[in-house]
Design a protein around this ligand. Structure first.
Ligand code: ZN
Ligand code: ZN
Length: 878
C-alpha cells in the first residue's frame, strides 16, 4: 500500500545529445546542402512523408531523436497506419538504446491512428515507462471507452511503483471508475489524493465528486462537495447530476438556486441536466417550463436541449407538440442532429403523417443525414407504417452501413403489410450479410408466420434459431408463439407452449402471463389457472398490479370467486381496474350484496368509480331487486360524476326494472333513452317480459328485435309462439318481414366437462358413451319433480330444439356423465355450455342439486349459474 503513495518520481524524457552540424556555409545560387535532420524535417513540413522515409533508410543512425519525433508527428497528422508501421520498423533499426521519450511517442502515434493493439505492443516492450507513457496509453484506452483497461493499467502502474499519476491523469482514471461502476477503486484514489496533498486540485476534486454522484453515492458526494474549498460550474453540474439521477429533482433544483446565489451562472450543461432528468421522470411539462426559463436567463437552448424535449414529447404521445417544437427549433436557428431528426420522424410515423414525414426527410437530406443509419432506420419505419413500402425499401437500399435495426425495421415493414414471402427473402439475405439476425429478428419472423397462419414454419424457425442462427431464445420468442396460438383461438396449444417454456427453464414475464391468463377464463380451466398462478408466484410476478388484476378477473370468470376475493384482499395497492374486476366478478356470481358493499367501500376510501363500476353496481341492485337504489345510482352517475350513460348502463337499467317485474317502467325507460335502443336493450326487455309472462310487451320486444336482426331463427320461433298464445295468425309475421324465407339454421348445442384432466364434449341428442337405459331412468327420477305448465313453456327461451325433437340437451348429458358414475359425489361439477340454458334444464339442474346434494356451476351464453340446495344464483332470471 505504501508504494501507492510514493511521491512522484517521474522520469523525464532523456536529453538528446546535440550532434555538430555538418556545414553552415551556404552558397547563394546552389540550394543549401541541408543536414539529414533538416532535410527530413523539411520533407515532413511539406507533407512528403513517404519520401522522408526513403531518405531515412539511407541515413543510418545519424538521425537525431528529435527528428524522429518530428516524423512520428507527421505520421499522426497523415493518420495512416501504413506509414506508422514503416516508421516503427525504421525507428527499431535506428535506436539501439531504449528511449522512453520516443517510445511513448510511438504509443501515442498508434493509439491516435486507431490501432490500440499496436500501441499496447510498443507499450508492453518498453523497459522503462514514465508518466507520459502511462498517460498516453491510459488516454488512448479512455478515448475508446475501454474503462476496464484503464483500471487495469492503473493497478499495473501502481504495482510498478515508479510513477504516480498527476492532476491530469487522476481525473481520467477516476472517470473510468465511474463509467465502470468501480467505486472502491475511486475511493482508493480519493485516499491517495489526500495523502499526496493534491486535495486542492479542482480538476481532481471534480472528477471524484462526479464519480460519487454518478454511482449513486449521494451522501458521500454531498459531503465531498461541501468540503471542497473551491468549486466551479463543473462541480455544481456534477452534484446536480447526482441528485437528478437519483430522481430527487426538488433537491437538484434547490442546488440549482444556491449555485446562482453563489454567483455561478448555470450554463447550457446545467440546464440540460435538469431538463433531461425531468423528461426521464415523465415530467415533460416541468421540463418545458425549464426550457422557457433557460431562455429568459439568456442561455440559448442547444441541440441537446431541443432533442431531449422533442424526444420526450414524441415518447409521451404528444407527437403534435413534438413536431411543433421541431419547427420552433428550426426557426431559432439551431441545426438538428441525428437524434432530433429521428425523434421528429418517429413522431410523424406515430401520427401516420406522411406529408410532414417527407418534409423532415427532405430536410435531413439537406443537412447531410441522407445516409445516416439512425435517421434512415426511423425513415424506413415511418414509410412502412404509412404504407409506402417502396420508399421504405429505397431508403433501406441506400443505407450502406446497415445495422441490425435497419434490417429489422424493413422486415417489420413487410410483415406489417402482410408480405411474408418478401420478409422471408430479406431475412435470408440478412443471414448472408455481415449483420446477423438478432433475437428480435427471429422473434419477428416467428410472429409473422404464426399470425399469418403458417404454424409449421413458425415452429421451424423457433427450433432453428438457436441451432442455425446462434441466437439464444428469450422470453419474447416463447411469447410470440403463445400470442400466435391465442390469436387463432388455439388455447390448448398456447397452454402447451407455456408449459414447455417452463420445462425449458425459461421464466415467463408479465407479457406471457397477461396473454395466457384469459385462456383460462372458463369454468373448466380451473386446474390450468392454478398452474399459471403457481408460476406467477414462482416468478415473483404477483406484486405486479396488472397481473394481480388479471388474476382477480380470471378467477371470478373461472367460477372461483373465493380465490378472486382472497387475491383482491391481499393486494398491497389497487386501482380502479382492481375494484371493477372484483365488482364484475361478484355480479357474475350473483353476489349482489358483496358487490354493493364493495361499491360503498370504494366510495368511503375516496376512489372515484368509472363507467364500468356504475354498470356493475346498477346490475347488482337489479339482482337485489332494489329498484329505487339502482335508479338513484344511475342518476347520481350522471349528475354528480358527469358520466354520460352508454348502452351497458341502459341494459343494466332495463334489467333492474325487469327483474323486479316493473315492465311498464322498463318500457317507459327505453322510450326515454337518449340513444336508439339496440339488440341488447330489446333482448333484455324481451327476457323481462317472458319471465313475467307479459305476452303483449314480449311481442313488441320480439318484433323490435326482428326489425334489427330479421334472420334470427330463435327470435322468429319465439315470436310465433307468442302470436300463438294471443291468437294472432302466424302469417302476420311474414307480412311484416317478407324477407324471412330461408330456413334458420339451428346452432349446435355443446356442453364441456372436465374429468381427470380430460375435457369431454357432449352434443345435444348424442349420449355418446353413456348407457341409454341408466340415463333414461336417472332423468325420469329427476324430471318427476320438475313439471312446468304448457303456458310457461311457450314463454321459455329455447335457443336449441326441444328435447322431444332434438334429444336430450347437452348439459343434462354432461350432468349425467358426472353423476351416474358417482351419484353421491361431494365434488363441485363444472360445465361450460355454448348456448343459453332452457327453462326445463334450469329446473332440472336445480332439482339435481337438491336430490344429489351437490354443487354445480354451469356457464351459458348469459351468465354463470351456481346451483346449490335446489336454487340458482341467477334468481331464475337470465
Ligand atoms: Zn335445455
Ligand atoms: Zn340460473
Amino acid at each position: 500500500m505504501e508504494s501507492l503513495i510514493l511521491p512522484c518520481k517521474t522520469i523525464l524524457p532523456s536529453k538528446i545529445p546535440e550532434k555538430p552540424a555538418q556545414s553552415k556555409v551556404f552558397s547563394r545560387n546552389i540550394p543549401p546542402k541541408l543536414t539529414n535532420d533538416a532535410y527530413l524535417k523539411r520533407l515532413c513540413k511539406l507533407g512528403r512523408v513517404s519520401e522522408a522515409f526513403s531518405t531515412l533508410d539511407s541515413c543510418g543512425s545519424t538521425v537525431r531523436h528529435n527528428t524522429l519525433s518530428h516524423l512520428i508527428q507527421s505520421c499522426i497528422d497523415s493518420n495512416s497506419l501504413d506509414l506508422c508501421y514503416k516508421l516503427h520498423a525504421c525507428v527499431k533499426k535506428l535506436i539501439k538504446k531504449p528511449d522512453p521519450f520516443l517510445e511513448t511517442k510511438l504509443v501515442g502515434m498508434f493509439a491516435k491512428c486507431g490501432s490500440l493493439d499496436d500501441a499496447f505492443a510498443v507499450f508492453d516492450e518498453m523497459r522503462q515507462r514514465n508518466l507520459y507513457t502511462w498517460s498516453a496509453i491510459i488516454g488512448a484506452c479512455s478515448r475508446e471507452n475501454r474503462w476496464g483497461d484503464v483500471l487495469e493499467l492503473f493497478y499495473w502502474m501502481m504495482a510498478d511503483g515508479d510513477v504516480v499519476p498527476d492532476a491530469f491523469l487522476f481525473p481520467k482514471i477516476v472517470q473510468a471508475c465511474g463509467n465502470y461502476g468501480d467505486v472502491d477503486t475511486g475511493r482508493l484514489i480519493h485516499g491517495m489524493v489526500i495523502k499526496l496533498g493534491m486535495n486542492n486540485e479542482l480538476r481532481v476534486n471534480n472528477s471524484i465528486l462526479a464519480l460519487y454522484a454518478k454511482c449513486g453515492w449521494l451522501s458521500s458526494a454531498k459531503r465531498f462537495f461541501e468540503g471542497m474549498e473551491v468549486s466551479d460550474r463543473v462541480s455544481w453540474n456534477a452534484i446536480i447530476t447526482g441528485y437528478c439521477q437519483a430522481g430527487e429533482i426538488s433537491e437538484a433544483q434547490r442546488l440549482f438556486d444556491s449555485m446562482q446565489k453563489e454567483g455561478i451562472e448555470p450554463d447550457e450543461v446545467t440546464w440540460n441536466i435538469l431538463i433531461s432528468s425531468c423528461n426521464q421522470l415523465g415530467k415533460w411539462h416541468v421540463a418545458r417550463e425549464l426550457m422557457n426559463e433557460m431562455e429568459s436567463h439568456g442561455v440559448k437552448p442547444d441541440v441537446c436541449t431541443w432533442s431531449c424535449m422533442i424526444l420526450a414529447f414524441a415518447q409521451n404521445n404528444k407527437r403534435l407538440e413534438a413536431l411543433n417544437l421541431f419547427g420552433e427549433m428550426l426557426l431559432s436557428g439551431v441545426e438538428p442532429n441525428g437524434i432530433t431528426l429521428m425523434a421528429a420522424i418517429s413522431a410523424c410515423s406515430s401520427l401516420k403523417d406522411i406529408r410532414k414525414g417527407k418534409e423532415v426527410h427532405l430536410f435531413a437530406i439537406k443537412l447531410g443525414y441522407g445516409e445516416d443509419v439512425l435517421v434512415g432506420n426511423s425513415l424506413i419505419d415511418m414509410y412502412s407504417k404509412c404504407g409506402e413500402l417502396e420508399s421504405a425499401r429505397q431508403i433501406f437500399d441506400m443505407i450502406s452501413e446497415k445495422d441490425v435495426y435497419t434490417w429489422n425495421s424493413m422486415i417489420a415493414g413487410y410483415y406489417g403489410a402482410g408480405y411474408c414471402g418478401i420478409a422471408y427473402d430479406l431475412f435470408k439475405q440478412m443471414q448472408e450479410s455481415d449483420v446477423l439476425p438478432n433475437v428480435v429478428t427471429w422473434n419477428m419472423m416467428i410472429t409473422g408466420y404464426i399470425l399469418n397462419g403458417d404454424e409449421e414454419e413458425a415452429m421451424d424457425l423457433f427450433h432453428r434459431m438457436e441451432k442455425d442462427g446462434g441466437v439464444k431464445r428469450d422470453t419474447a420468442s416463447w411469447n410470440a408463439l403463445i400470442a400466435g396460438y391465442l390469436h387463432h383461438g388455439q388455447k390448448n396449444k398456447a397452454l402447451g407452449i407455456f408449459r414447455q417454456m417452463q420445462s425449458f427453464g425459461v421464466k415467463p414475464n408479465s407479457i406471457t402471463i397477461l396473454s395466457i391468463l384469459p385462456a383460462c377464463a372458463n369454468l373448466i380451466a380451473m386446474k390450468k389457472l392454478k398452474e399459471i398462478h403457481c408460476c406467477v408466484l414462482r416468478s415473483n410476478l404477483e406484486s405486479e398490479l396488472s397481473i394481480a388484476n388479471s388474476l382477480v378477473d380470471i378467477y371470478a370468470k373461472s367460477g372461483n370467486i373465493k380465490y378472486a376475493k382472497a387475491i383482491f384482499e391481499g393486494m398491497p395497492s389497487i386501482d380502479i381496474i382492481t375494484w371493477n374486476s372484483m365488482a364484475t366478478g361478484y355480479v357474475l356470481h350473483g353476489c349482489f350484496n358483496e358487490a354493493i358493499e364493495l361499491f360503498e367501500r370504494m366510495r368511503r376510501l375516496g376512489c372515484r368509480p368509472n363507467r364500468r363500476t356504475f354498470a356493475s353496481v346498477i346490475t347488482a341492485y337489479g339482482l337485489a331487486k332494489k329498484v329505487d337504489e339502482g335508479r338513484h345510482v344511475f342518476s347520481n352517475m350522471i349528475e354528480e360524476y358527469k358520466i354520460l350513460p352508454c348502452l351497458e348502463h341502459y341494459v343494466a337499467m332495463v334489467n333492474l326494472y325487469g327483474r323486479s317485474g316493473k315492465l311498464d317502467e322498463a318500457f317507459d325507460f327505453i322510450k326515454s333513452m337518449a340513444i336508439e335502443p339496440d339488440v341488447s336493450i330489446w333482448s333484455a326487455f324481451l327476457t323481462a317480459c317472458c319471465k313475467h309472462g307479459n305476452v303483449k310487451l314480449a311481442i313488441h320486444a320480439g318484433e323490435k328485435l326482428l326489425e334489427l336482426v330479421p334472420d334470427n331463427g330463435f327470435t322468429q320461433k319465439l315470436v310465433l309462439q307468442l302470436y300463438d298464445l294471443c291468437g294472432i295468425p302466424k302469417d302476420s309475421l311474414k307480412i311484416k318481414r317478407p324477407r324471412i324465407r330461408k330456413v334458420p339454421i339451428e346452432p349446435v348445442s355443446l356442453s364441456l366437462i372436465e374429468d381427470k384432466n380430460v375435457v369431454h364434449t357432449f352434443v345435444t341428442g348424442d349420449p355418446g358413451q353413456l348407457d341409454g337405459k341408466s340415463l333414461h331412468s336417472w332423468r325420469e327420477s329427476i324430471e318427476l319433480n320438475t313439471k312446468a305448465s304448457k303456458y310457461h313453456d311457450m314463454l321459455s327461451f329455447q335457443e336449441e330444439g326441444t328435447e322431444e325433437t332434438a334429444g336430450v340437451h347437452s348439459e343434462k348429458l354432461a350432468l349425467a356423465f358426472a353423476l351416474i358414475k358417482s351419484p353421491q359425489t361431494s365434488q363441485t361439477i363444472r360445465i361450460v355450455k355454448n348456448l343459453r340454458m332452457c327453462d326445463n334444464c334450469h329446473r332440472f339442474a336445480k332439482m339435481v342439486s337438491k336430490i344429489h346434494g351437490c354443487e354445480m356451476y354451469i356457464s351459458d351464453s348469459k351468465c354463470i349459474h351456481h346451483f346449490k340446495h335446489g336454487t340458482c344464483s341467477c334468481g331464475d332470471y337470465w
